[in-house]
Design a protein around this ligand. Structure first.
Ligand code: ATP
Ligand code: LTN
Length: 337
């Protein structure tokens, strides 16, 4: 049986991440960690969405390196290639083929309402390209190509998933039941990790202004400890969750997420601690949680042949699965046989 093939008992999960930078601690705690934990219960398909990344200008060599690093990091974190599919979007032409078809079933008005498009076109005013506008259609194609039932996403992708559902429903209405209508899957913790320097902003991997805002999964222990040492705290001296203490609350959230403690436990552990001691211990906990991931990553990235082999096999499997859905869609819409 093909990996990630639908079975009677297991639903299909699809999710993607853009190789726009080395994943941050936010990406890990908010998204990638969930990807790992879903593998036993579901048939998971995970995709490094390098085609989506093209909507923002990329340096070719850097894009290639970042895509490979993201894929290797997924393996290092515990994505099991025996259980799940893991591949590059650009290795499966079916994504682009289905995206074109779905473009013809998506209205300009729908895309105009997308808040990510509005945000990104303001941020990249010199490059408001058509790909940025049709980004959600490619995302819908990713999901529908595999007949995914569930899509793990963060809150920022809610609107895109709603559009994907609308497209699927519209298509099914015209051609019969072709696509399962996917549902969003929100992780249990839903950890939203904020910037270490500006805790009112989310920690973002493509941050370019201040590297101290972001902890990257490949930051080595000295760098991690130094970033936590410099993290902003708040007035007062007590370590507790408090909307008026966004810096301290964020550090507590990070501590709880990496150690598995709940919020109350985390607060209790630091009762009576000073801020600098607290920050050092959060930094140490993060270092310990990243250490095994980095060790595995180093080994995976060094063994070029093994990684290339895995990339090739998984792309073949993804192409085989995608081919089935595409054949069905092409027949339905009336492409010549
Ligand atoms: P970019 O800076 O390129 O926009 P990003 O770091 O914001 O990237 P995305 O690629 O947009 O991350 O998101 C990948 C996944 O990581 C999504 O599921 C998103 O919800 C999650 N995620 C991103 N940032 C955080 C964060 N700070 N805390 C928790 N989850 C996050
Ligand atoms: N747009 C998403 C990445 C993404 C995705 C997908 C997520 C592309 N295709 C399909 C889930 C399913 C993002 O920026 N986080």
């Amino acid at each position: 049986m093909l990996l990630a093939e639908k079975t009677a008992e297991k639903k299909i999960i699809f999710s993607g991440m853009q190789p726009t930078g080395i994943p941050s601690l936010g990406n890990y705690l908010g998204a990638l960690k969930n990807w790992v934990s879903l593998q036993d219960e579901y048939r998971c398909i995970y995709c490094v969405v390098d085609m989506h990344a093209l909507t923002i200008r990329q340096d070719p060599a850097a894009l290639r390196a970042k895509a490979r690093e993201l894929l290797a990091l997924c393996l290092a974190m515990g994505i099991d290639p025996e259980k799940s599919l893991l591949y590059f979007q650009s290795h499966v032409p079916g994504h682009a083929e289905l995206a074109w078809i779905l473009n013809c079933f998506t209205y300009m008005g729908e895309l105009n309402r997308m808040t990510q498009y509005k945000d990104k076109s303001l941020k990249h005013a010199d490059n408001v390209n058509a790909g940025l506008f049709t980004y959600p259609v490619l995302m819908a194609a990713d999901i529908l190509l595999y007949g995914a039932d569930l899509v793990p996403i963060g809150d920022d992708q809610r609107q895109h998933l709603e559009l994907c559902r609308d497209i699927a429903i519209r298509f099914n209405h015209m051609y019969g039941d072709v696509f399962p209508v996917p549902e969003a899957y929100y992780g249990k913790v839903g950890a939203r990790i904020m910037s270490l320097q500006e805790p009112e902003k989310k920690m973002s991997k493509s941050e370019s202004e201040n590297p101290n805002n972001v902890v990257y999964l490949l930051d080595r222990p000295d760098t991690v400890l130094s970033k936590f040492k410099k993290a902003v705290t708040d007035s007062g001296s007590e370590v507790r969750f408090d909307p008026d203490k966004p810096g301290i609350s964020n550090l507590l959230t990070i501590y709880a997420a990496v150690t598995g403690a709940d919020a109350a436990q985390a607060e209790r552990e630091f009762a009576g601690s000073g801020y600098s001691d607290f920050k050092r211990r959060v930094g140490e906990a993060v270092v310990e949680s990243l250490r095994p991931i980095q060790t595995r990553f180093d080994a995976l990235i060094r063994d070029k042949e093994a990684l290339d082999g895995l990339i090739k096999t998984h792309a073949e499997r993804a192409n085989a699965l995608a081919g089935r859905m595409l054949r069905k869609v092409k027949k339905k819409i009336g492409y010549p046989i």
